[in-house]
Design a protein around this ligand. Structure first.
Ligand code: ADP
Ligand code: ZN
Ligand code: ZN
Length: 676
């Protein structure tokens, strides 16, 4: 067969477009998995070759040609193609939409004249440190040893759920297993996934110093295009055997991946972002299955999906019961009933006393409140006016330091009105608490304390945040105030008091995930205290002190809580006992959005009537979303539920192409909307 007798089937990231066929120019050498540049309409796009075939007479002449091929890098391996294809089918996206964004931008650009030179640069890596480990090897405790032994003696696909409180030595277990896997075969590579917020310099150092002979590369959204290309290529070509990365690294390409670790597997950041809302954790398990390798999911508060899988025996549950450092005392939980609190008090007297004591002992306090800004709403006591966003059905948050009202949903910003825009009254008041208001109050109460507030408003980059955390570690801060950003990962040595404010709204929310998140958050935040043997306390302000969630929290009994929640989920027919897809319609007006979904229901019922047992799916009524208007778009949703994921997918496959949105209505589908 002559090379000119070939055509290439190529995927690109044009939405809704399936693979396209191109002529392969006679002088071009192509392989399946090669990245190419192809004409699509009148544009040039990057694509990946998924198939090469001799062409037939009919197609001859009609086909455009492949424009360019990215020379100098090996083709994407078959395993990577299978992974991205699977993800596209599972999440109902086109293959190209999933695959192309997973390739660094550097390799998606048309190769210019200087391409080879820049490629050489991208290929340069710092050499392995070669230094001997800076830390003496730790003696693992029995549970750690057992975990390492069971994982490293496993054969083929073996999913493990490593469950242990923060500080119980999970990371140490990952590192030891990684070590064993790397020692088994010089070609072996490992992938360590961590939440965005946990990829700290401390973690990088810890991994690097554990593997002095290895080149450790990282992938995360903070890296420049060049840095990303460098790490990606090093893993792709097998020159680096350890990749530590965030969610985006789940789609990295490897020559011989032999182990995947997903740290903090319950973390929401594994499924964040817009566009294809895939779960990096779920895909990692799938990938491990495909490769027949072990995968470790680690967490102090596993997702209910993983917990259910462990309870059903599909995952092997490994527990670390104690904190690894024996003098680390679990903190004592105290509930502060705020129902009787005086209205003008921002912090309860219990909290104020505890702070006084902590500061008196020159120890650190951490105040957690999951809301940015000064107060969530401004209100006029005279007429009841509230700071509503003009574009959304939500309130604008009062940001005192920038003297503005900011909508956290659409980003709309306004100056603070001097008088009530509705009745002209002079006094408009902040209602509720945000980080800034707490910072102001704490500054007023303890004027001599060194206070640091960390949230997304004042720390926008990772670099700045890391520097701020360093100050805390170095003991230069007495009181740390912050949102979720301070809850995770950090191993503060001198924090002996943790205060949790404003958790109540999460306890009574209608969102089925809300209580679980509240529990995980409280558990995590509490875990910041008592890391180095200081006797420590956790104070939670709440109006619901008798809520059962606190009795589990007091015992730090995540397992009990998770079992309880799973029983509730089962009773309510909620995931993971059913499989869901959510169709969202948006339009300037609510009516066309709802109407489109009603038409979609009709189509769905029609399809169902032709299937035995209705295809094992249920179609619910379309409803306006709770937060119905965002950025001047009204949104409505329609839930479809399947008894199995297979039922759901085969229904979606018929249903989606049959749906015709009314003019101007945008539609989007999310598979597993509640699965994190
Ligand atoms: P996790 O990942 O569960 O939060 P780590 O692995 O980070 O826990 O361990 C917490 C701390 O305890 C770290 O400082 C680590 O070096 C230390 N550590 C872990 N295992 C042991 C051990 N067997 N003996 C002594 N210290 C340990
Ligand atoms: Zn008013
Ligand atoms: Zn808004």
């Amino acid at each position: 067969m002559e090379p000119e007798d070939l055509y290439a089937r190529v995927i690109t990231d044009v939405p809704l477009l399936s693979a396209l066929d191109y002529r392969v120019p006679p002088d071009m050498l192509l392989a399946v998995g090669d990245i190419v540049i192809v004409p699509v309409g009148n544009r040039k796009k990057a694509g990946v070759v998924i198939e090469l075939r001799p062409w037939t007479e009919i197609e001859k002449g009609r086909l455009k040609s492949v424009s360019k091929v990215k020379l100098g890098i090996p083709p994407l391996p078959a395993e990577w193609l299978r992974l991205t294809k699977f993800a596209s089918l599972y999440y109902c996206r086109s293959w190209g939409e999933v695959a192309l964004p997973a390739i660094p931008a550097f390799f998606r650009k048309s190769p210019g004249v200087r391409y080879q030179t820049s490629l050489e640069k991208v290929r340069e890596l710092p050499s392995a440190s070669g230094k001997n480990s800076a830390f003496p090897a730790l003696q693992l405790n029995d549970e750690q040893q057992d975990a390492v032994a069971r994982i490293s003696s496993s054969k083929g696909f073996s999913p493990f759920l490593l469950f242990g409180v923060t500080g119980s030595g999970k990371t140490e277990v990952y590192l030891r297993v990684m070590q064993k896997v790397l020692a088994q075969d010089p070609q072996n590579q490992v992938l360590l996934l961590v939440p965005e917020i946990n990829l700290t310099p401390q973690l990088e150092e810890r991994v690097a110093s554990h593997f002095p002979g290895e080149i450790v590369v990282t992938l995360n959204s903070e890296l420049s295009e060049r840095e990303r290309a460098r790490s990606w290529l090093a893993a792709h070509e097998g020159r680096s055997r350890i990749l530590v990365g965030t969610r985006m690294a789940a789609f990295a390409s490897f020559r011989q991946l032999a182990l995947i670790v997903v740290d903090e597997e319950h973390d929401l950041s594994y499924k964040a972002g817009d566009g294809s809302r895939y779960s990096a954790r779920d895909l990692s398990v799938k990938r491990a299955h495909d490769l027949q390798i072990p995968v470790i999911l680690g967490s102090a508060s596993p997702s209910l999906e993983s917990w259910a899988a462990a309870r059903q025996g599909r995952y092997c549950l490994l527990e670390l019961h104690r904190r690894a450092v024996s003098h680390a005392e679990p903190p004592e939980l105290e509930l502060v009933d705020v129902r009787s609190r005086k209205k003008e008090e921002i912090l309860s007297s219990e909290v104020r006393e505890a702070m006084d004591e902590t500061l008196g002992r020159h120890e650190q306090a951490l105040v957690f409140i999951n809301r940015r800004g000064f107060s969530p709403v401004l209100m006029c006591p005279a007429c009841g006016w509230k700071s509503e966003c003009p574009n959304c059905s939500a309130f604008m948050v009062y940001h005192k330091d920038s003297r503005s009202l900011v909508c956290h949903h659409c980003g709309h910003v306004e100056r603070i009105p001097e008088r009530c825009p509705s009745c002209g009254a002079a006094d408009i008041l902040p209602v509720g608490l945000g980080t800034q208001r707490i910072e102001e109050e704490i500054g007023r109460l303890w004027p001599n304390a060194r206070i640091l507030r960390i949230d997304r408003d004042n720390f926008k980059t990772k670099r700045a945040t890391d520097a701020a955390f360093r100050e805390v570690h170095e003991g230069k801060i007495d009181i740390l105030i912050g949102t979720q950003m301070i809850a995770k990962g950090h191993d503060f040595q001198h924090v002996s008091l943790v205060v949790i404010l404003n958790i109540d709204s999460q306890l009574v929310s209608t969102d089925i995930r809300s209580r679980e998140r509240a529990f995980a958050t409280m558990l995590q935040v509490s875990g910041r205290a008592g890391r180095s043997g200081l006797k420590s306390r956790v104070l939670v302000e709440t109006s619901f002190p008798s809520d059962v969630i606190f009795s589990y929290l007091a015992r730090q009994d995540y397992a009990g809580f998770a079992d309880f929640q799973l029983r509730m989920r089962k009773r309510d027919g909620a995931p993971p006992f059913v499989f869901q897809a959510l169709l969202t319609a948006e339009h300037r007006e609510l009516e066309p959005a709802l109407e489109t979904l009603l038409l979609a229901v009709e189509k769905g019922l029609e399809i169902q009537s032709r299937l035995p047992g209705g295809g094992g799916v249920a179609i619910y009524d379309p409803v306006p979303m709770t937060l119905v208007r965002v950025a001047n778009k009204n949104r409505a949703q329609l839930l479809v539920e399947g008894e199995s994921h297979k039922n759901l997918l085969s229904f979606l496959k018929e249903w989606l192409p049959a749906i015709e949105p009314l003019p101007g209505v945008g539609l989007s589908l999310e598979v597993d909307p509640q699965r994190f």
